[in-house]
Design a protein around this ligand. Structure first.
Ligand SMILES: [Fe+2]
Length: 210
């Protein structure tokens, strides 16, 4: 059987393949400009600004940082970039749309509603999975929708404050964090985690998936 050679597009979904471009941000091949204002992200988040309230700037920053980390992990087509922008905006939104710690189902609900309202139903399954699986602890294995695992990794880079990088140069992670300030997002996460473990000391929060 003829197999095509592994290459850029296979990484990071195949661990045998080295990351494509990492010599650091000064590496002329490093393609990354930092996205701090994306029309689609701005449009989607603006519609939720009042509901998100005081946490808006913190959440907006998290959306942009994880979006940038996803783009650093993989050279995306415009279509992939649009899918990532939509998933990024909605992935934690259930925290404010439904005011619950079990926020993944309402986040999936809201992103699917948005996709249907904007005539993008054909992306519903894929983007629904990107949101649903983004707190999976282990790798999400799929040949069909590689963006699901990419998105999980991008979120984890920011969620872990850069402890996990999946091959992104530390200097680039630092640049993104500097360009897009935290605005209390991790303080907000820690407060939520404390409240959960005070009530349920022996159970992981419901948004974690094994
Ligand atoms: Fe997140």
């Amino acid at each position: 059987m003829l197999r095509r050679p592994l290459g850029f597009r296979d990484w990071p979904f195949n661990s045998n393949v080295k990351p494509p471009f990492y010599g650091g941000v000064s590496d002329p091949k490093f393609p990354m400009k930092i996205e701090t204002k994306d029309d689609l992200i701005e449009e989607i988040l603006a519609a939720w600004k009042d509901r998100i309230g005081d946490d808006y700037l913190g959440y907006r920053g998290h959306v942009y940082r994880m979006f940038n980390f996803c783009l650093a992990l993989h050279s995306c087509t415009e279509e992939e970039k649009t899918k990532l922008a939509i998933a990024a905006c909605f992935h934690d939104l259930g925290l404010w749309s439904a005011h619950t710690v079990d926020y993944i189902p309402p986040s999936v609900f809201e992103v699917k509603r948005y996709l249907s309202e904007t005539g993008r139903e054909e992306w519903s399954e894929e983007i629904g999975l990107m949101v649903e699986m983004h707190h999976k602890v282990r790798t999400y294995k799929t040949d069909r929708y590689p963006l699901v695992e990419l998105f999980r990794r991008g979120d984890l880079v920011d969620f872990s404050l850069g402890f996990f990088k999946f091959g992104i140069p530390p200097a680039y992670v630092g640049e993104v964090k500097k360009a897009i300030p935290n605005n209390g997002f991790h303080r907000f996460l820690i407060k939520g985690a404390r409240q959960w473990f005070a009530k349920h000391p022996f159970s992981p929060p419901p948004f974690m998936k094994w």
